[in-house]
Design a protein. Structure first.
Length: 399
C-alpha cells in the first residue's frame, strides 16, 4: 500500500470492547409476523393516547410554531420542567424546575451522569443482574464495573458496604423500583441503609426510575433521593417512555446543583438540547390531558397481563422452575431447573414462534445461565396464554 493509501487510524478501544445489546438482537429476530414475544420491555402501543398526543402537537404549533421549530435552552423548556417538578413533588419529593434537566430519554441522563463522574478505570457498582444498557454505558466510559450481591428483594446493604470499603467506587447505580430485569423492589429499610452507606463512605447514587408509576399492588416506597442522607448525592433519572410514549424520547434528570450544572455542559457537547417541539407538545399534554387517569388505565391493563403470565408459568416452564411476583413494572424473572440453559431454550422457543430474553447478558461477572426475563406488557391476556402454550411446547422439544 502506497503512502497515499494508508488505512485510517483504528477505532477507540471502547468502541470495540463493548458489544451490542443481545436484547435488541432478539427483538430483531422476533419481529416477524406471528411471533408472540415476551422479550422486549416495550409499552403496549394500543394503549398510547395517540389522539391526545396529536392534539398536544397541534397546540404546540398553533401556539408558537416559530418557537417549536427553533433551538432552545439546554436545560429544557420551562413549562415542561415546571410540570415535571409538580409531578415529582406530588410523589413525595419536593422539586423546583431549576432542579431538573430535560434529557433525550432517561438513557441520555445516564450517559450524561457517566460522562460527568466516571473516568477510565473508575469503579462503578451495580446490582447483579442489572439493566443491560447501563452496563454498555459504563463499559464505553472505561469503568471497571463491580457487581454487588443481591437476593430476591434487591441489593444486600451489608454486601454493599463491604464492596464500597474494598473498591472505593465513584457511584452505585440502582433501579430500586420494579427493577429491570428482575422486577424486584428494594424495601424501604434497605433503601435507608443504602443512603446511610453512601453518606458515611462517600458515594454517588444513581437512581433510575422508569417504572415507578406502574405499581399494581403494595405500598409506595420512597425514592432514595427523598432520604435525607442521600439528598446531596443522588441523581434521580425519570422518563415519559413508559407512561406516555417511548417515541417522544423525553426523560429528565434531578440532581444536586453542581452535578446538574456539569451534566448541562455534557449535554451541550452531546446534542445542545432535547427536541423543542417534543418538549412543548409534552408540556401541552400535561396541561390539557389527564395523565394520571391515563396511567391508571395502563396499570389496569398491565396488571391483568401480569396476572395472565403468572397464572400460566407453572404449566409452561419445566417442572422445578421458579419465578417472582413483581408488584409492578414490566418484567417477571424466572429460573429454570438444574441442567437447563435459557439461551438453548430460546432457540427452541423461536422455532415455536415465541420469545423471551435469557438472563445471562444482564449479569456482571459469572452469569446464571438458567435465568430468563419475561415481559408481559405488549400482549393481551389471550395472546399471553397462547404464548405460554408455545413456550410449553418449546420446552418439551428442548428437554
Amino acid at each position: 500500500m502506497s503512502d497515499q493509501q494508508q488505512l485510517p487510524p483504528s477505532f477507540a478501544a471502547r468502541a470495540t470492547s463493548v458489544g451490542g445489546s443481545p436484547v435488541r438482537e432478539i427483538l430483531a429476530l422476533t419481529e416477524r409476523l406471528g411471533v408472540i414475544s415476551f422479550a422486549g420491555g416495550l409499552p403496549a402501543p394500543e394503549l398510547f393516547d395517540g389522539e391526545g398526543l396529536r392534539a398536544a402537537y397541534d397546540a404546540a404549533f398553533a401556539g408558537a410554531a416559530r418557537r417549536a421549530l427553533q433551538y432552545s435552552t439546554t436545560e429544557g423548556a420551562p413549562e415542561l420542567r415546571e410540570a415535571v417538578a409538580a409531578r415529582i413533588g406530588a410523589r413525595g419529593l419536593p422539586t423546583t424546575p431549576e432542579d431538573l434537566l430535560v434529557t433525550t430519554g432517561s438513557q441520555q441522563a445516564l450517559a450524561l451522569i457517566t460522562a460527568t463522574l466516571v473516568e477510565p478505570g473508575d469503579v462503578v457498582l451495580v446490582e447483579n443482574p442489572t439493566y443491560l444498557a447501563a452496563l454498555q454505558c459504563f463499559g464505553l466510559a472505561g469503568a471497571r464495573v463491580v457487581p454487588v450481591p443481591c437476593d430476591e428483594e434487591g441489593v444486600l446493604p451489608e454486601a454493599l458496604e463491604e464492596v464500597v470499603r474494598r473498591e472505593r467506587p465513584k457511584l452505585f447505580y440502582s433501579v430500586p423500583t420494579f427493577q429491570n430485569p428482575t422486577g424486584r423492589t428494594l424495601p424501604a429499610a434497605r433503601r435507608a441503609a443504602v443512603a446511610g452507606i453512601a453518606a458515611r463512605l462517600g458515594l454517588w447514587l444513581v437512581e433510575d426510575d422508569p417504572y415507578g408509576e406502574l405499581r399494581y399492588e403494595g405500598a409506595e416506597v420512597p425514592w432514595l433521593a427523598a432520604l435525607p442522607e442521600a439528598a446531596d448525592r443522588t441523581a434521580l433519572l425519570g422518563s415519559f417512555s413508559k407512561i406516555m410514549a417511548p417515541g417522544l424520547r423525553l426523560g429528565w434528570l434531578r440532581a444536586p446543583a453542581a452535578l446538574r450544572r456539569a451534566a448541562v455542559v455534557a449535554k451541550q457537547a452531546a446534542d445542545l438540547h432535547t427536541s423543542t417541539v417534543d418538549q412543548l407538545a409534552a408540556a401541552h399534554y400535561l396541561a390539557a390531558a389527564d395523565l394520571d387517569g391515563h396511567v391508571s388505565r395502563i396499570r389496569t391493563a398491565y396488571r391483568a397481563r401480569r396476572d395472565a403470565l403468572l397464572a400460566g408459568l407453572a404449566e409452561a416452564l419445566p417442572a422445578g422452575s421458579a419465578w417472582n411476583r413483581p408488584e409492578g413494572g414490566m418484567f417477571v424473572w424466572a429460573r429454570l431447573p438444574e441442567g437447563w440453559d435459557a439461551t438453548a431454550l430460546l432457540k427452541s422457543a423461536v422455532a415455536h414462534d415465541v420469545a423471551f430474553v435469557p438472563g445471562a447478558p444482564f449479569f456482571t461477572g459469572t452469569p446464571d445461565p438458567r435465568t430468563l426475563r419475561l415481559s408481559f406488557t405488549t400482549h393481551t391476556p389471550a395472546e399471553i396464554a397462547e404464548g405460554l402454550t408455545r413456550l410449553k411446547a418449546s420446552a418439551r422439544s428442548a428437554s
